[in-house]
Each structure stands twice: as structure tokens, then as C-alpha cells.
Design a protein around this ligand. Sequence first.
Ligand SMILES: Nc1ncnc2c1ncn2[C@@H]1O[C@H](COP(=O)(O)OP(=O)(O)OP(=O)(O)O)[C@@H](O)[C@H]1O
Length: 577
Amino acid sequence: MNELAMLRKAMLRERRDIGISILCGFVAGIAGIGLFSASGYMISQTVFAPPLYTLIVLTSFVKLLGFLRAGSRYGERLFSHRATFSLLSTMRSGFFAKLIPLMPGLLNKKKSGELLARIVGDVESLQFYFLRVAYPPVIVVMVFLATMLFTAVFSLWIAALFVLGMLITAYGVPWLVLLGQRGIYGRVRRQRAELSADVAELLHGFRDLKVYGRLGEREEELRRASARLSVEQGKAAGRLLAGQTLHVFVTFLISWCVLAAGAWLVANGSLAGVFLAMLVMTAQTGFEEAAAMATLPAYKLDSEYAAKRLAETENEADRLPPQPAAELSVEAAVSIKLDEVSFRYRDEWRPVLKGLSLEIPAGSRVAIVGPSGSGKTTVLELLLKLRTASDGRVLLNGRSTLELREDSIWQASNVVLQHSHFFRGTIRENLLLQEGATERLSDEALMLALNKAQLGQKSLDEEVYEKGENLSQGEKQRLALARAMLRSGRLWLLDEPTSSLDYVTERQVLCELLQHAAGDTLILVCHRLTGLEDMDAIVVMEQGQIVEQGTYEELMRRQGYFYELKKIELQMIGEAG
Ligand SMILES: Nc1ncnc2c1ncn2[C@@H]1O[C@H](COP(=O)(O)OP(=O)(O)OP(=O)(O)O)[C@@H](O)[C@H]1O
């Protein structure tokens, strides 16, 4: 199965540990069988009152086998688990590395909780591929061949019984388990993903659900999803148990057959009676070694299913084209040109941007305004190469973004998106998010940025909760602006960075920001029209198109769309006043 190729490749890398664990497993298996067989032989020998030294040798041999079995079993567990954990870590980091560049496309389609369940649950399931699928048959075959050769020395009939027993335990029992198992693991996995998605959604939307009185209903849904999962998990565990029970039954049946056949062979003189107990013990312990075969198909199905879903997750994401070599310079301000750009979201019929053309010279400050949903954020996403235009060209410093490495664009940009993320930690840690910032930025520099963002009252050691829960919306926006001001890019892309601030603070922050970004190219997406007199140009968008552009004075003089918007805003401020 192709999906398991990554796992097999990782297993090759762990071949040393895998080799040692197979060797230890074989020695432990043989030592176990030897231990019980020698005990059986010793008990039979005592009937004939052998010389004391024979008993001493036999007891010492049994003890030695006991030590050997314990030691090699320890070695087997140690090396096989070490290999498994290395495999798991290789798989997890390999999967993450593949997933991270595909994340924006993927999060559009998957609920984050479901994605988390896949990443944790499915990758974890793959650890069983080595421990319970790939590894046991090797040990079982090796131990079985050795045991069969050993018994063949005493009786071909008994060796034939061993072959029959092995065929039943290696094929018959697993096949029966598999019959009942089909579908159960898929359902367990699906229901676990559903439950995780519901839990994540409940946690994210806890407050809204509470306020809208829907919390109880959601909790009830969660309880039902959890109960459904428990039922399926119970069924899966029951099947595994049934398989193991069946295996034990077959083991006893074969041992009884060996006893019966051995007794008959002893009666007709083809086998010395002293070996009978030994052969029965060999059968008993030999088949115990094959117990892992009963659960193998279930784990195999599970691993294959997990690998398939992981591969699907990767395939479902938008594939990114290979990265070009050209880089956007961080040294100089950036010029921007949108040339007849159209954009449509995947699976949407309606274009969000329609033949948009816009030129922004290096070092100028431009505001993009317009009603909600007119495509302002989409323009910023195209400039950041987070999305690719369906038609037309997006040029930075005269080069198409398609020819530029995306990480060089991000490096050269100081970005504040509508919803910035804050990590649990301190204000300092959240400011020092960028690479190499800890070495480059002193506490004084951080405080200066906080002051410019009108957050001077905050201390750098102040705690920030997960997602900035203990910060107001306005504080979050100012912290995001301070974080952007600590970067050294020459292109500023700001998406409504001050929408939650009061007019006075907004004015102060924007004033500081424009001073800080003097000489850089700056694009400010905003709804409020105050303070736009300082901008070099204002672009007015509506329904994915530019309906007006010019300086503040030009647009006011023209008395067009912007003028009407401004009039409405002034009226509203007046009324509010
Ligand atoms: N991931 C998406 N998939 C499909 N459609 C989307 C997606 N994101 C945005 N849209 C649609 O694209 C259009 C433009 O969205 P965009 O966020 O660019 O508007 P905007 O002008 O920035 O709005 P606002 O001022 O409310 O932030 C909207 O109609 C929106 O519904």
C-alpha cells in the first residue's frame, strides 16, 4: 500500500534497532520454548531416578534458559520500543513538515479539531504497524521453523500437527477476526474525529453558545457523540478479545492433539515416553508465541486506514508550486503593481476581484477603503502570496509574485492581519516572535515599540493568556502593531489595524506608525475615513473593483463615492457627539 511507503522508509532508517529486536525476540521465543520443554523433560526424567548430576545439569539448564529468556525479552522490548518511538517521531515531524506549507488551503476545508484528531490519532496508530503488524510474523516464522525442526527429530507426526496448528493460528484465526473487524476501526476513527471537532468548536465558541443559550444543546450533542464512540470502541475491543480467546482455544486444542498423538506413538513404541511431556510443553509455549497473529489483521487494517487518511489530508490541501529562486529585497521600499487581477476562491463561482489594476510607487502610503466584502483583505493576501491570482499579474518591484520566494515576501513585509494570534507567555515573548529577535532586540527597543503603539503602561513581563484572552480587542491590535514595528521590512500591509481603538488613540497610533514607516511602502486597509488626509492616495473598492482613487483632496473635490462615504461618517460622528 503506497500510503505506508513513508513508514517503511522510516523503518529502514531504524534497521539497526529493528535487527537487534528481531534477534532478541527470536532468542526469547526459543529460550521460552526451551525452558518449558526442558522442564517437561526433567519432570519425566525424575521418574527414572537418574543420577544427581543429571538433575543438577537439567536444573541449571532450566535456570539458564530462564535468565536468557528474561534478558532477551528485555532486549526485545527495549530495542523494538526505541525503534517505534523513533519511527513515531520521524513520522510526526515528517507529516508536520509536509502539512505546514499546505495549512491555509487545508484549514479552509477541515475543522481544526478534526485535523488535530487526524494528526494525533492517525500518526499514533501507525506505531502499531511496526510493533503489531510488520514485526510479529518475522519472529513467529523464525521461532516456528526452529520448533518444527526440533520436534521433527522426535516424530514427523507431531511435527505435522505443529504445521497444522500454525496454519490455523497464522491464517484461520486472523481471518475469522478480520471478518468481524471490517469497518469497525473506520467508524471508531470517524467518530473520534467528529468528537474532537465538536469539542474544539465548543471550546472556541463557548461564550457565544452560553450567551445564546445553546450550550446545553451542544453539551448534549457532545455526550451523544462520546457515547457513540464508546460503543464502537467497545465493539473493536470485543473483537480483539474474541480473537485472542480463539487463539488460546486453538493452542489448547493442538496441545491436546499432541498429547493424544504422543500417547499413541508411545504405546506403539515409536516414541520414548520420557519425551511426551516435553513435546506437549513445546506445543503449549510454541503457539503462545504466535498469539500476536490473532490481532495482526485488525492492527494492519487500522494502520492502513490511518495512513490512507493522512495521505488524504495532504492531498486535500492546495498543492503549492515549487518555490522560485528570486527574492524580494528587504533593503529598499517596495513598488507594487496589480495588472488586470481577478481572483476567485476555489469552488466558488463568483469572482472576488474583477480585473483590478493598481500602481503604488515605492515609498508611498495608500489607504484601501470600501464596504465589507469588497475584496480589500483579498488584495493583501495576493500581495503576501497567500493566494494566487486567477488572472492577471501581481508585481512587487517589477517582478511577478510567482517568480518570488514567498518567505522572502514575508520577510520583507510588516504585516498586521485582522485577527492576530497571541501565544500564552509574556508580552515580551509575544513581541519577540520573529526569528532572531531575541538577540537583536533589547528591552528598551521593545518598550519603545510599545510606547509608539500607545501601550506604554504595559510591562514586558505581563502575562498573556492563550489567544490573548486577557487583552482587550484594542490592546490586541496595538500589541500586533508594536510587533510589526519591531520588524525591519520595508513593505507595510495593515488590515484594519486600529478598528477597535477610540478616535483619539487611533489618531495617536496612526501618527506614530506613519512616522515610523517614513520612506517605506504602506498599505492600510480601513473602514474609518479619519486621518486619511496624510495618505498619498486613497483607493475605494466596491464589489471587487476599484471605483475611485486619488488623494484625499482630489476625492473630496470630485464629490463621488468617497465623498458620500465621508459625509455619512461625519453625520454619524456628529449624531454620536
Ligand atoms: N476563504 C474564503 N472562501 C470563499 N470566499 C471567501 C473566503 N474568504 C473571503 N471570501 C469572500 O470574498 C469576498 C471578499 O472578502 P474580503 O475578506 O477580501 O473582503 P473585505 O473587503 O476585506 O471585507 P471586510 O472589510 O469585511 O474585512 C467576501 O464576499 C467573502 O465572502
